[in-house]
Design a protein around this ligand. Structure first.
Ligand SMILES: Nc1ncnc2c1ncn2[C@@H]1O[C@H](COP(=O)(O)OP(=O)(O)OP(=O)(O)O)[C@@H](O)[C@H]1O
Length: 250
């Protein structure tokens, strides 16, 4: 077995991504522990999306190291291989199968050797039903199980999609602005849900809503011009003069 280079779940070191000479990421270094939640903040264009693209294999860095579990070189893998390693990503807009029920959406997302049609047409195994029940509980949707996903509220769709990600049994989740467009109650419930997930998995949340970031209770990294500008507790990062200047004070 390969000996891990680092004990952290995710390790980025000196990662640079250039688009026609413009550095979207500029020697970015970041480490996320097992069962750690990290909130990533920063102004538009700071490189948050590009960082997620590097982690998920959508974008190849020009320079730098990106290791998962200390052994897997993410820069050498494609998006499918990285997803199979256990890195799941949720984009801002929910993408659920609107015409299928909540349960069927989760069933389709389970790790499964059958194709989608065979999965829907064949009887669910007890194991599949147990997994679906536990995912429904986890994402607070047991009462919605027989409804079509298209009928859910925006917040419920986001939770369903988080449930679909969890169905893939990831070790690290990347979540882009989950609270956007949610009611206050949904926002508070989402922070609870993510805190619960982060008890056993790495979670990276990109977010602009500072009250939501506070509710996450996570360590915060502020990016600016493709690098880490400040890192620490939300209070420490919010008090950082440079952070106020380039982001919070705007
Ligand atoms: N494919 C690309 N080609 C050229 N420039 C790009 C490309 N992708 C991103 N950029 C540029 O890289 C910079 C970082 O963009 P990125 O989307 O990572 O920022 P962000 O922090 O996610 O911003 P936002 O909060 O607006 O989503 C921006 O200036 C953007 O215009």
């Amino acid at each position: 077995m390969t000996v891990p280079v680092t004990p952290t779940l995710l390790y980025l070191d000196n990662v640079t991504v250039s688009f026609d000479g413009f550095r979207a990421l500029n020697a970015l270094s970041l480490a996320i522990d097992h069962a750690e939640m990290r909130a990533i903040i920063g102004p538009n264009g700071a490189g948050k999306t590009t960082m997620m693209d590097v982690i998920t294999g959508k974008t190849q860095p020009n320079e730098g190291t990106a290791l998962f579990e200390g052994t897997h070189d993410l820069t050498a893998l494609d998006e499918t291989a990285i997803a199979e390693l256990g890195i799941g990503r949720k984009f801002q807009t929910p993408t659920v199968f609107e015409l299928h029920t909540v349960e069927d959406n989760l069933l389709l997302a389970l790790k499964n050797k059958r194709g989608p049609l065979a999965t829907l047409l064949s009887r669910r195994t007890n194991r599949e039903q147990e997994r679906i029940d536990s995912l429904l509980e986890r994402v607070r949707l047991p009462a919605q199980r027989h409804r079509r996903a298209g009928e859910l509220s925006h917040g419920q769709k986001q939770w369903l999609e988080i449930g679909m990600l969890l169905a893939q049994e990831p070790k690290l989740l990347l979540i882009d602005e989950p609270a956007a467009g949610m009611t206050d109650q949904e926002t508070a419930d989402t922070a609870d849900l993510l805190r619960d997930i982060a008890k056993s998995k790495g979670v990276i949340v990109v977010e602009h809503d500072m009250s939501f970031v506070r509710a996450l209770g996570a360590k915060v990294t502020c990016l600016h011009e493709g690098s880490v500008l400040a890192e620490g507790s939300l209070d420490a990062v919010s008090a950082n003069e440079r952070v106020v200047e380039v982001y919070l004070g705007r």
